[in-house]
Ligand binder design. Structure first.
Ligand code: COA
Ligand code: AMP
Length: 632
């Protein structure tokens, strides 16, 4: 066993054997306004609380603490925006001042501790400021990704019931300007909950009209506000709600706290990503996703690093060298993105010309997550970079990596297709359907033994029962990840597929169940199924199957187009829903369940055995024929 492996195993064993000692030690790196009564309160399983009784504000720890410690003149945040041609830098002192003033403006609008604030913003520096300003006040933010449609935003507004919404006049997607304001207005119109105010960032690229009495101009309001200090939040107070796809159209509101999240993220920066204070992290994701919450905003700032917030794409802004340009321009030490971004880069720059054209400076590691990292992508990235390329596995629910090759502890040998081993704090197991452990190498449900480490979800927003039924009921004493996979003889985790109807399109998590609800609403559709099919660039793409109502004679292509527009309007462009096949019937079990897994197998070109429970095997043959006709 190598030194790194022995060190890793010892740290991992300690984290599980003595979680209170382990996380109590990690907590000493942060600033507490009052000590916690104990590290872990396990008195009300399956609800666990980290650092009960303690006082910690994550904004103070991410900003004010560093200014007080002499880091005020270091750049904290770089907004690099090839789509506007701007690069803006904010030192820790400047960012603290901007956030304190914005918090003052928000407080003056009547928002206080525990109130919710929805943030619907593109990748501008103000998005990070908005999150931190809410945290400063103890208000609970809920960031909604800009690629979601008005309907999805309305659903989230109705669940979170915000007093205030922070938004912008537009987003910029490559060459396109996306007007955000009409989407926001439509969402508020549709939602039952009406926010008292909206603070609107006017972008010169596409300004918008403001609704008198409700909307306020961001810049003017923040400039006129007095800065406010951090609220005295409890470590267990909710910091944010982040909605993620569930198995129905109703998204799940993942809740995270101030204290546990801060401790876990701070620990992860050194131990997983191997970053020191003063170094630079570039996470090419979006603040609307968990990766953006954790590794664009909170973690790099908690660690005293510089974070790059990038408003661009891996390709097309202007070319496949975009990420390397940012790495060189800003002295990036660690880059984190999704495998799909690398597949896009590889497609346009197969020889890695943009990587090799000039030295990458202090750059030392690439981290990939958000979807399964296919070995060819990993191997291509390794061959081009000749630096560690690290696949790591995590979820919106977990907030930080469950399994990773912990660079800060010491890199372990890489096995392509595996995100390596369960990270310290995570006791990953593979269970069969009866909840019994399976042998190494056997596929089963990937589960984590409770308690989950700090930083993971504490519950679903105002839905404790749904939290238990979604994650904790199937295997008592374990968190059910919703992923299936195996652990090999060496303890390496392999994440293979989801066990539910969630698909991963360009590393964006989407529910086919939610898409089916939309497709079924088309007036000509009698019955439908949506599955995810393999896609060389985006990992998966959704594909619809519909059975039309008797008597419908309109051309299939027309209906297909309308369904695509419907999904785009209700869920958003990000769903990437483009194709629907009209079929005479759907293959079902004798009890009437649609055989989606068999359909997926056929679409992916696999040999699909006839499921023993099938009602009529000819229905599956018809799906195969329809797929062939459509070119799958
Ligand atoms: N606001 C509005 N619209 C958005 C949006 C946003 N924030 N983000 C994406 N969209 C739109 C796109 O413009 C596109 O619209 P179109 O159908 O009119 O072309 C649609 O949603 C699909 O976008 P996307 O899936 O991003 O596809 P793409 O072809 O534009 O780009 C990739 C492909 C692979 C380059 C891109 O998906 C990518 O960079 N993925 C990485 C994702 C990532 O980092 N995920 C985070 C997990 S770590
Ligand atoms: P999200 O909640 O959007 O972060 O998506 C989480 C899901 O993405 C997981 O449940 C997995 O299905 C998938 N995922 C994320 N990272 C990985 C990875 N490294 N390997 C395999 N699947 C991953």
């Amino acid at each position: 066993m190598t030194d790194a492996a022995a060190r890793f195993d010892a740290i991992h064993a300690r984290s599980l054997g003595d979680p209170e000692g382990f996380w109590g030690e990690a907590a000493t790196d942060l600033h507490w306004t009052r000590p916690y009564t104990r590290v872990l309160d396990a008195g009300r399983p399956p609800f666990y609380r980290w650092f009960p009784g303690g006082g910690l504000n994550i904004c103070f720890n991410a900003l004010d603490r560093h200014v007080a410690a002499g880091r005020g003149e270091q750049v904290a945040l770089i907004h690099d925006s090839p789509v506007t041609g701007r690069v803006d830098r904010y030192t820790y002192r400047q960012l603290t001042d901007r956030v304190a003033r914005l918090a003052g403006a928000i407080a003056a609008l009547g928002v206080g501790k525990g109130d919710r604030v929805v943030i619907y913003l593109p990748m501008v520096a103000e998005a990070a400021m908005a999150m931190l300003a809410c945290a400063r006040l103890g208000a609970v933010h809920s960031v909604v990704f800009g690629g979601f449609a008005a309907n999805e935003l309305a659903t989230r507004i109705d669940d979170a019931k915000p007093k205030l919404i922070l938004s912008a006049s537009c987003g910029i997607e490559g060459a396109k300007r996306i007007p955000y304001k009409p989407l926001l207005d439509a969402a508020i119109e549709r939602a039952a909950t009406k926010p008292a105010h909206c603070l609107i960032l006017q972008r010169p690229e596409l300004p918008c009209d403001l609704v008198a009495g409700r909307d306020l101009d961001w810049a003017a309001t923040a400039a006129a506000a007095d800065p406010v200090p951090c609220a005295d939040t409890a470590a267990t107070d909710p910091l944010y709600i982040l909605y993620t796809s569930g198995t129905t159209g109703i998204p799940k509101g993942v809740v995270r706290d101030h204290g546990g999240y801060a401790v876990a993220l701070h620990w992860s920066m050194g131990n997983i990503y191997g970053l020191e204070p003063g170094e630079t992290m570039f996470t090419a994701s979006d603040v609307g996703w968990v990766v953006g919450h954790s590794y664009i905003v909170y973690a790099p700032l908690l660690k005293g690093c510089t974070s790059v917030l990038y408003e661009g794409k891996p390709v097309g802004t202007p070319n496949a060298g975009a990420l390397w340009r940012v790495v060189r321009d800003h002295g990036v030490h660690v880059l984190f993105t999704a495998p799909t971004a690398f597949r896009a880069i590889r497609r346009e720059d197969p020889e890695g010309g943009f990587i090799k054209s000039a030295p990458l400076g202090v750059f030392r590691a690439l981290f990939l997550a958000g979807e399964r990292c296919d070995p060819p992508t990993l191997e291509w990235a390794e061959a081009q970079l000749r630096l560690p390329v690290i696949d790591h596995w995590w979820q919106t629910e977990t907030g930080w990596p469950i399994a990773a090759n912990c660079l800060g502890i010491g890199q372990l040998p890489v096995k392509p297709g595996s995100p390596t081993k369960g990270v310290p704090g995570w006791d990953v197991r593979v269970l069969d359907e009866a909840g019994q452990p399976v042998k190494p190498g056997e596929i089963g449900n990937l589960a984590v033994k409770l308690p989950l480490p700090p930083g993971s979800l504490t519950t679903l927003w105002q839905a404790d029962e749904r939290y238990v039924s979604s994650y904790l009921a199937a295997f008592p004493g374990y968190y059910q990840s919703g992923d299936a996979g195996y652990i090999d003889e060496d303890g390496y985790v392999f994440v293979m597929t989801r066990t539910d109807d969630i698909i991963n399109v360009a590393a964006h998590r989407l529910s086919t169940g939610a898409m089916e609800e939309v497709v079924a609403a088309h007036p000509d559709v009698a019955e439908c199924a949506v599955i995810g099919v393999a896609d060389a660039l985006k990992g998966q793409m959704p594909l619809g199957f519909v059975v039309l109502k008797a008597g419908v004679t309109r051309p299939d292509a027309e209906i297909e187009r309308e369904i695509a527009v419907l999904v785009r309007d209700r869920i958003g462009p990000i769903a990437g829903f483009k194709r629907t096949l009209v079929v005479d019937r759907l293959p079902k079990t004798r009890s009437g369940k649609i055989l989606r897994q068999a359909m997926r197998g056929l679409a992916d070109g696999k040999a699909v055995p006839i499921p023993p429970t099938i009602d009529d095997p000819a229905a599956l043959d018809e799906i195969g024929a329809a797929l062939k006709r459509a070119g799958f």
